[in-house]
Design a protein around this ligand. Sequence first.
Ligand SMILES: [Zn+2]
Length: 113
Amino acid sequence: MHELGITQSIVEIAERTAAKQQATKILSVTVEVGSLSGVVPEALEFCFEACTNGTLLEGAQLLIKRIPASARCCDCSREFPLEELLACCPDCGSAAGELLSGEELRVKELEID
Ligand SMILES: [Zn+2]
């Protein structure tokens, strides 16, 4: 389950950031998860408690912000939502699209004490 490794990295990033700000406790972590990132938000939530035991994040809330995927057509410039990675433009049918969002996986915000 690769969500475990991802959750551990989230915890590491959060701890490092908090240490820089001399925080003693992290109250919540906001993580952005794009719909094409391959990460299942529920699995992150599932791993979070186990990964935060004994860290600055113990008892912290994991807030997951889901980012819907979108693309811009390279031919007609229309922006459209992406359900899957290989989708064609709904207007002109072009397969040449530029990904605008959906691959995000990052720690967006920390609430520290
Ligand atoms: Zn198009």
